[in-house]
Structures are given as C-alpha cells and as structure tokens.
Design a protein around this ligand. Sequence first.
Ligand SMILES: C[S@@+](CC[C@H](N)C(=O)[O-])C[C@H]1O[C@@H](n2cnc3c(N)ncnc32)[C@H](O)[C@@H]1O
Length: 203
Amino acid sequence: MSAEQHWDSAYSGKGVNERSWSESGDSDALIEFEFAQLGSDAAVIDVGGGASTFAKLLQIRGYKNLAVLDVSQVALREAKESFGNRAAEVEWIVSNILNWEPTRSYAYWNDRAVFHFLTKSEDQQKYVEKVSQATEAGSHIVIATFSPEGPESCSGLPVQRWTQEALASLFSDTCSLLRSGKRDHITPWGSTQSFSWVHLIRN
Ligand SMILES: C[S@@+](CC[C@H](N)C(=O)[O-])C[C@H]1O[C@@H](n2cnc3c(N)ncnc32)[C@H](O)[C@@H]1O
C-alpha cells in the first residue's frame, strides 16, 4: 500500500477522536511558532499538516501566507472544510514530501509527527534536502518526532524515534539549533506519547 493510500484510509476510516495524533486544545506547534515572533506576512508551511488546527489558528491570528502539505487528499479535504470560505486563502499541496518540488521559500517550516515515518536513511536525507530547497537563511524549522520513550509505531506504521541531539545533528550541515525539548502528547483516549522536538534556524 502506498503512503497516499495508507493515509487516505486512516483519515476516511477514523473520526478525529479516533486518531492518536489529534490534539484536544490548541496545537502544541503554536508554542514554538509564537517564540519565533514572525510578522503576519511570513510564509509558513505545515508539512504533513493533515487536519491539524495549526494553520487554522495562525489564520485566526492574522497570518496570511499559509501552506499545508500532506500526502493525503482526504486529510486536506477535511482541513479545508474547517477553514470554510477562507480555505481559498491557503496554499494546499497534495504531495508526498519526498517527491515535492518546492517553488518558493518559507520562513517557517512546521512538522509535527511526520518526519519520524521516514525510517530509511536515504529518505531522511531526501527530507533534509527538501528543507534546504524550501527555506532560506534565517528560516525557522521546527520538527517534532516520537522520542526514545515514545511509541514504536503510529497509525500501524513503524517510526524512527529520535533524541533532540540526533535530530539536530542530522540537519547540522545546513541548520543551527535554536532550542529543543521534550513534550508529552495525550491521545484522545488518555495515553501519553513522548515527543522530542527541535527548533532550528537555517544557516
Ligand atoms: C501522525 S499524522 C500528524 C498530522 C499533523 N501534523 C498533526 O500534528 O496533527 C501524520 C501526517 O503526515 C502525513 N504524511 C505521512 N507521510 C507523509 C509523506 N511522506 N509526505 C507527506 N505527508 C505525509 C499523513 O497524511 C498525516 O497527515
């Protein structure tokens, strides 16, 4: 089964409260975004954003230059519906991140729980290249993956769990570490998932 088929069926077969990655309140990703203190014209991309509330919350806060990329068109359809008639103001990109050819640069790259599905080193390197292609000096890159104490799989797929140090080191040729940490996500059914996250600045 392709990534596209897997994720389309994950979104069409399960409601928001049946998906382990759904957040009950505001997206955790908002904390790092606010730390970056970007202006409302900043180009922001949520990579593997799915039906997350991150981009919606930014739009409500006045951010005008938003993009959401996801391999699942079902997920993006659900996300678009949540934007109502303001969906047209967002750039929606249906693509596998590994095949995507960025056509512009983003000041802020957000990835919550997507990179960890890339378990092959060659795919991880491709992702690092995509970050380089789609950002420029000074861009912020925030990536959150399961930590070594987190689950070994998600949505029935194996994941690679990362320490903050290993994640930062993977990007160290092109990015510097601004700050990093760990955070617990509570699933809709009350279990805890430990995440590592890094906030990088593109050199
Ligand atoms: C665990 S969910 C997290 C969704 C969202 N970031 C959030 O925090 O709610 C993983 C998301 O990544 C997307 N995804 C998985 N592999 C991908 C890939 N290779 N390229 C683009 N999107 C991908 C899935 O469709 C799904 O929306």
